[in-house]
Write a protein that binds this ligand. Structure first.
Ligand code: MSP
Length: 508
């Protein structure tokens, strides 16, 4: 048997027309949480993120900014990369679509699809949304005060008539529908149903996959038709293959097919209809899972530049710290339904769950008053009472509960299971009133042991969400780095270390 297969996880690549907001950070933190989680479970993981830099939308943004295209892309791509570094996104590749390796991949997949006779020259006449970089059917467009807009995104559309090369998308409808149903690839199920409807819709016609170079001006040329540039979504989606070394390397060795494409709900059609069809046409394997999350609203209002309510990620990282923000995003971020950001809610979670539960238990159990010799006692079941056994039962179930929730992509439930266990331990701690017990009494040893075991398990399981704070906590508990993997995740696996208390979550 060879080495275990790589789990390849991706984020969407981000448009560089404007700087990152909290929704972008969320997509990245979610993908990073999964990447760290699977590494913790023993898989080799590859995590790719990056920026989407071609197309009319980017060209217009650069022009507006009076900057040359490539320099503009360099600048905005840099703000994404800096943010992701700061937010501890453990990416193994940062792909930019203006890189030569990507151009090679796009031209190669184009040639594959072309050689299979799935492309033909035609004229496109219909609506185009530059903001969404999408061709839209009449049914996708409605009237508004500003003019015609895309129904789904609310972005302005323009009537377009141009020379194009079309992809025979219609031929793949049935196969895409079968793939979605038989493999359960789309999470959550409600999005899978939407995708099935899309594949059955009469509006799903053949798709333009190129635009005139004279019009778009910024993109990858079609080798066989130099007056055409590759449609930006075919260009962008191919990034997932570029990262695996397509077309020169053995992509199977490098993680393809992807284990999970993490995306937002607005780009499901591109990933779950167009992408599998392109891959089928090129004769390449299909991704294993598409995890589509909902969006963030701000104080219950849709976030938009025109409303001026866009949450700037660096500002909240400054105010609350990286790990508390990551924790909040995963706790309250919506998969099925939109999540809501508010500074008040963030403060509440910080105070109640992080400082109030995890920080509090750690501070109390390591305090000089209760634990003057700063020890993490070994387990001595001879002195366990009912309350210890109840807590132990709770802790025994915790790791497997956490696995169940992570596998079901119920991230909120996974985090809540940990917070509830720590809350139980805080109650247990108070009920045992350790401040009334003699310092060398076996009861105190047992209470301290179980308080620390709770924290150790919480620290281990939360590593995927709050890597820095977890490391700080485990360090404080005297848990060596070699004992921070999944196999250490069981009650009674640790003891007899020196504890170094401290303030995990300082007052805001
Ligand atoms: N460039 C395309 C993706 C190409 S992938 C081959 C794109 N870029 S984007 O910058 O507009 O969006 C990137 C991700 O951010 C998407 O998954 C999108 O859903 C997500 N979000 C954008 N606004 C969001 C919120 N308000 N909330 C949560 N996520 C949001 O689309």
């Amino acid at each position: 048997m060879g080495p275990p297969a790589i789990k390849y996880i991706t984020t969407p690549i981000f448009y560089v027309n404007s700087s990152p907001h909290i929704g972008h950070l969320y997509t990245a933190v979610l993908a990073d949480t999964l990447a760290r989680w699977y590494r913790f479970r023993g898989h080799p993981v590859k995590l790719a993120t990056g920026t989407d830099e071609h197309g009319l939308k980017i060209h217009q943004a650069a022009a507006k900014n009076k900057t040359e295209n490539q320099a503009f892309c360099d600048q905005v791509s840099g703000t994404f990369q800096t943010l992701f570094d700061r937010a501890n996104i453990s990416y193994t590749d940062f792909i930019r679509t203006t890189e030569p390796r990507h151009k090679a991949a796009v031209q190669a997949i184009w040639q594959r699809i072309e050689s299979q006779k799935y492309l033909y020259k035609d004229t496109y006449e219909g609506w185009y949304s530059v903001s969404d970089e999408a061709f839209l059917a009449d049914n996708d467009v409605v009237d508004s005060r500003q003019g015609k807009i895309a129904k789904e995104s609310g972005q302005l559309v323009e009537w377009t008539k141009e020379e194009t090369i079309k992809f025979k998308l219609g031929e793949f409808k049935g196969r895409v529908a079968d793939w979605v149903t038989t493999n359960n690839v789309i999470t959550p199920a409600s999005r899978a149903r939407e995708v099935l409807q899309m594949t059955q819709s009469a509006d799903l016609a053949d798709l333009s996959v190129s635009r005139p170079a004279s019009r778009v001006q910024w993109g990858i040329p079609v080798s066989s038709h130099p007056d055409q540039l590759v449609y930006v979504w075919l260009d962008a989606l191919t990034n997932y293959l570029t990262v695996c070394g397509y077309p020169d390397a053995d992509i199977a060795q490098n993680g393809w097919p992807a284990a999970i494409h993490v995306i937002g709900k607005d780009i499901v059609k591109f990933h779950a209809v167009y992408w599998p069809a392109f891959l089928m046409a090129a004769g390449l394997p299909l991704p294993q899972e598409i995890l589509a999350h909902a969006h963030w609203t701000v104080d219950r209002v849709k976030m938009s530049k025109s409303r001026g309510n866009v949450v700037e990620p660096n500002a909240i990282l400054d105010e609350f710290g990286v790990d508390p923000v990551r924790f909040f995003l995963i706790l309250n971020g919506g998969i099925e339904n939109d999540g809501d950001w508010s500074n008040d809610l963030m403060k509440k979670v910080y105070k109640k769950e992080l400082a109030g539960q995890i920080g509090n238990l750690f501070a109390r159990a390591s305090s000089a008053a209760i634990n003057p010799s700063s020890i993490y006692p070994v387990l001595d079941l001879a002195h366990a009472d009912v309350s210890d056994h109840v807590l132990r039962a709770r802790l025994t179930a915790l790791p497997s509960d956490f696995v169940t929730h992570m596998e079901a992509r119920h991230f909120n439930k996974a985090l809540t299971s940990v917070v509830h266990a720590v809350a139980d331990a805080n109650r247990y701690f108070a009920e045992n009133a350790p401040w009334t017990l003699d310092h060398d009494s076996p009861r105190l040893q047992s209470v301290l042991h179980h308080a620390f075991e709770t924290l150790r398990l919480a620290g281990l399981l939360l590593q995927c969400v709050t890597p820095t704070k977890s490391a700080e906590l485990l360090e404080g508990l005297g848990v060596p780095e070699s004992a921070r993997g999944w196999d250490a995740c069981a009650v009674g696996k640790h003891g007899a270390s020196a504890v170094r208390g401290g303030v995990l979550f300082p007052k805001l």
